[in-house]
Every structure is written in C-alpha cells, then in structure tokens.
Design a protein around this ligand. Structure first.
Ligand code: GAL
Length: 340
C-alpha cells in the first residue's frame, strides 16, 4: 500500500516538474505573446540640443511602435547630468527593476566596462549611442550595440559646403581678397570621438578642394553655445579684421559664434558652418546666422536605437530587422543643408 503511495507521489512530482519546465519553455519562446516591454534610457546630458532632439524622436518611435504592434512600451528616460557615477546608478536601477533593454549615451565613453559587466551579469542587452565605447569593450558581448554617425562623413560634407562656396566665388570666403581664407575653429569635447575626426577631415577636405587656408586660432567649447560665444568674443577682440570663416564641430557652437558676431555688430559676412541640423541649427540657417550644416536623420537614428532595444526585449533576431555592420554597429545617414 505504502509503495503505491510512493509511486503516485513520484508520478505527481514528475508531472509537476515537466509541467514547470514546459511552462518555462513556453515563457522563453513567447516573443509574440509578450504584451509589454520595458526600456531604460540614460542621457549624458539632457540639456544638449542634439541629444534632446534624439530623445524626442525616441519617444515618438515608442508611441508609433505601440500603435503598430499593440505591444505596450514602458520607457524610462533619465538624465545623468554629466556625471558618470549618477549614470552607473541609473543603470543599476534599470537592472534591478528588471528592464528588458538599456540604452546608454555614455557620460565618459572610456568608462563603459563597468556598465557592460553589470548588464552581462544580468543578461540585459545594451544599445550605446552617440558616445562610442572603445572597441575592446564593444567586443565583450554579442548583445552590445552602437548607433552613431560616421564622423569623417560629417566632416567631409561640412568641408564640401565651403569648398563649393569657394569654387563658385572665392571672394565669398576670402573677404579681404588677400588670397587666403582665414578661419577660426570651435571644437567639441576633446575626449569625444567626433571632435577630433570632424576637425581633421573638415580641414583636410578644404585643403583637398583647393581652398587656400590659414588658421588664425581655435578652442574647445565642449559643444556649448555659451562657451563658443565667449571664445568668439575674445577672438573678435584680438583679430577684429582677420576672421572670415568659423568652422564648428556642431550647430550649438556655430550659433554661439553667431551670437558673438551679432553682439559685435560686425558687418563683414563671416561664414559659419556647423554639424547636427538640430531645430535650433535649422532656425539659424533660415535667418542667416549659419551658412551651412550637416544633418543626420534623427528619425532614422532614434528608430534604429528603439528597434534594436525592442527586438532584444522580445528575444527577436536584431540582424533581421536592422542592417548592422560587424553585427553591432549602425551609422546613420547624413546630408548637407545650406542657406542658399
Ligand atoms: C555630437 C553632436 C554634438 C553633441 C555631442 C554629444 O555627435 O554633434 O552636438 O550632441 O554629440 O555627445
């Protein structure tokens, strides 16, 4: 009699165990059944114009996705305010809340390894964007992605805006007719992959395009309008007659340079070029403050960040939805915009 009970108990136990395993499998394979996903996004600085534009577009993407798929998207976007420790804690919180995917705009791009280790331990995919971790970090896991722009491409396009203007009419850049185009340079953060490459290739493109260049001076304005404006004010005081062109690594700094020119009330048509094509940049282009800019398609940029995160959250094959390079990189397309 006792033996029978044991057998029965063993059978019941087996059924429970198998049911449990099968249940788990059903759960694992339930990509299509999952009705909601949770994505955490942390920004290096929410007051950066370009990043703010991308943020708005990511939110739009989430809404469109909800409408199209019926899958609810819980999206938590936080601002690290330029502090890497704050950002690390934000990622810890995303992980402890069990978010399905994490999108990170690194404060310090050389410090990604800490975040990567935690995400790997928790099995949470990470989509980095705009501030590129070093390749060694990116190679650590197949669930790490990077979305950005090709900095050389931005720079070549920017340089070509000025090359074309010079070829059409040299005096549009060489304002004093001394046979040289005298420029000042406003650069982004020195630790940012985009700053160095944009500067190098913008100048190289002008040289390759046959523009006779002369550098007056340059400075690092960390992507910021106010810092750029302060530099420009100083340079206008030092070189009141010389500056003909202002080459800027982004639109905000181009607008800062324009602010200083406006304050000075200079009547020389100094040409200012930027990169980003932010709404503020486009406004500056429209009212003649900026001569040209290079715009990345921010909708495409945000769409790719979101698609990768959502696909990972649902356990879908990312490579089938987004065309990636080296299985983890995506570079957004860009175009030039000029005042004329
Ligand atoms: C650059 C962009 C800048 C600034 C920076 C922040 O790609 O051109 O305006 O947003 O990223 O990392």
């Amino acid at each position: 009699m006792k033996k029978r009970y044991y057998v029965l108990a063993a059978v019941i136990l087996l059924v429970i165990v198998f049911w449990g395993i099968a249940g788990q499998r059903r759960g694992e394979g339930s990509a299509e059944e999952k009705k909601s996903i949770r994505i955490g996004v942390t920004l290096y600085r929410g007051d950066d114009s370009f990043i703010n534009t991308i943020r708005g577009k990511i939110e739009e993407q989430a809404k469109e996705y909800e409408k199209e798929t019926g899958i609810k998207v819980v999206m938590d976007i936080v601002d690290a305010k330029g502090n890497q420790n704050t950002q690390n804690s934000q990622v810890d919180r995303f992980i402890s809340l069990g978010y399905d995917a994490i999108c990170v705009n690194m404060v310090d791009r050389s410090m990604a390894s800490n975040i990567i280790s935690k995400a790997m331990d928790a099995g949470k995919p990470v989509v980095f964007f705009n501030r590129e971790p070093v390749e060694e970090d990116m190679r650590r896991w197949e669930k790490l992605y990077y979305v950005g722009e090709d900095a050389k491409e931005s720079a070549v396009l920017q340089g070509n805006i000025l090359v074309e203007a010079y070829q059409k009419d040299p005096s549009s850049l060489d304002l004093n007719g001394d046979g040289k185009v005298s420029y000042v340079l406003l650069e982004g953060e020195n630790s940012h992959q985009d700053s160095l490459i944009r500067t190098e290739w913008s100048i190289q493109t002008l040289k390759d395009g046959g523009v006779p260049l002369e550098k007056i001076t340059g400075g690092i304005a960390n992507w910021e309008r106010s810092q750029a404006s302060a530099w420009m004010e100083q340079w206008l005081a030092e070189y009141p007659e010389e500056i003909e062109v202002v080459i800027c690594n982004n639109d905000d700094m181009a607008l800062g340079a324009a602010d200083a020119l406006e304050r000075e009330g200079l009547d020389r048509p100094v040409k200012i070029v930027g990169i980003d094509g932010t709404p503020q940049g486009l406004e500056g282009l429209k009212n003649g403050k900026i001569f040209g800019t290079v715009q990345c398609d921010s909708r495409e940029y945000a769409n790719v960040i979101f698609q990768i995160a959502a696909a990972e959250a649902l356990g879908q094959e990312v490579g089938e939805l987004v065309k990636l390079e080296r299985e983890k990189y995506y570079e957004c397309s860009q175009k030039t915009l000029t005042a004329q």
